[in-house]
Design a protein around this ligand. Sequence first.
Ligand code: HEM
Length: 217
Amino acid sequence: MTRRGRIVLKLPVWAACLAPLALLAWRAATDQLGANPISFVTNTLGDWTLRILLASLAMTPLGIVLGAAWPVTLRRLLGLFAFAYACLHFSVWIVLDFFFDWARMGEDILKRPYITLGMLALLTLTPLAVTSTSGMVKRLGGRAWRRLHRLAYAAGVLAALHFIWLAKVGRTDQYWHAAVLALLLGVRLVHWGVRAVRRRRAAAAAVGATPSAASRP
Ligand code: HEM
């Protein structure tokens, strides 16, 4: 894909990912954050972290289903936006919920399982964000880098569980997010399965085509 094509593809993604932040800033500036502003900001940032993370995880399955390469071009950008939103979501918790009271934060992480899960999701995303540059791909080697970046699915699972655990009775959107994640994982698993079978068949055919020592003149 040309440089121009990449820019055209990425511009709407930048706009879509920055829009929720702009809306949140506008709401804050016009005093429209509701009766509990801290909760509103935390939940809005959490919602967008999960949505963008799912969007980044959707790029490879979308490429597989469409047989196209362009979705993969957006994967890193979406992943970095998901990480940025996760950091903001976490910062609200640190600054507004606990005001840097590290001891109480530690207690909260250990005491409330949904906080533990959120923390684990963020910790899982961190090495992926750090190694997202082309330089790091080269340094780690393509194979190791790809293996490491499969952790994105683990982060997705932890984040979905964080949401399921914290959601109040009567809500259903947490399950929809989990269902989307399961679908994306399903597409990847089927694809891996198909490729493994093809590889095994190709290897068997290659062995069959090689004349054995006994049949050689
Ligand atoms: C990848 C990381 C994370 C994702 C995807 C995520 C996602 C979410 C989502 C979807 C919500 C619910 C929003 C709603 O109710 O509409 C939420 C709420 C919340 N998250 Fe996270 N989160 C992450 C990490 C964290 C971390 C690291 C912390 C703190 C250590 C945290 C603390 C909270 C809190 C306090 C709430 C509000 C719970 C409530 O309303 O009672 N999250 N998060």
